[in-house]
Design a protein around this ligand. Structure first.
Ligand SMILES: Nc1ncnc2c1ncn2[C@@H]1O[C@H](COP(=O)(O)OP(=O)(O)OP(=O)(O)O)[C@@H](O)[C@H]1O
Ligand SMILES: [Mg+2]
Length: 171
């Protein structure tokens, strides 16, 4: 497997999705941007909840739909100090995504999670981690594909793949 092959994961429950998202959070550094894509109810916000818990966010994470971007402080000694949680599904123009200023905010010690991130890919995707959630065979099964772009994740990729091994569908 090359260093940055996509990871294809299977989750059997919302709790599994939260758990694997927490593992992804454990690999994050300030400035990382994750783009979450998937249909309504696929589990993007569920992923965000587990991700926040893994980072050390103690406030409950809810859907940011009506606020566009919520900021959560990270209550731990980690270098990541803030989680930005954005939902851009209602934005019609790419410049509106640029106007949210996520690029500048993440430079200040934050990690950004963007729901409906495929819409944001042209402006935020250069070094982002794309997380695509799709329905699986059963009601509670999801296939979650985690795919880096650029070189930002290369040095961390093998360790992340190892940490996610229990959920990987491919060997
Ligand atoms: N394996 C799973 N992973 C994630 N969620 C699951 C899973 N199995 C069942 N669920 C349920 O599916 C729902 C996912 O809802 P969630 O709000 O996370 O989706 P979403 O992608 O953010 O939707 P929206 O596009 O409306 O914001 C939750 O009710 C969750 O409990
Ligand atoms: Mg949601």
């Amino acid at each position: 497997m090359s260093a940055s092959s996509p990871l294809v994961l299977r989750s059997d429950s919302a709790d599994q999705t939260r758990a694997l998202a927490g593992v992804v959070a454990g690999s994050c550094l300030p400035g990382d941007v994750l783009l979450l894509a998937g249909d309504l109810g696929a589990g993007k916000t569920t992923f965000a909840q587990g991700f926040g818990a893994g980072l050390g966010v103690t406030e409950p994470i809810t859907s940011p739909t009506f606020t566009l971007v919520r900021q959560y402080p990270v209550d731990s000694g980690r270098p990541v100090r803030t989680l930005l949680h954005a939902d851009v599904w209602r934005l019609e123009h790419l410049h509106e995504i640029v106007d949210l200023g996520l690029g500048e905010l993440v430079e200040d010690g934050a990690v950004a999670l963007v729901e409906w991130g495929d819409a944001a890919e042209p402006v935020l995707g250069a070094d982002a981690l794309a997380v695509d959630l799709a329905a699986g065979d059963g009601d509670d099964e999801r296939v979650i594909t985690v795919r880096p772009s650029g070189e930002r994740w290369t040095a961390r990729w093998d360790a992340l793949a190892g940490a996610l091994a229990q959920w990987q569908m491919t060997s």
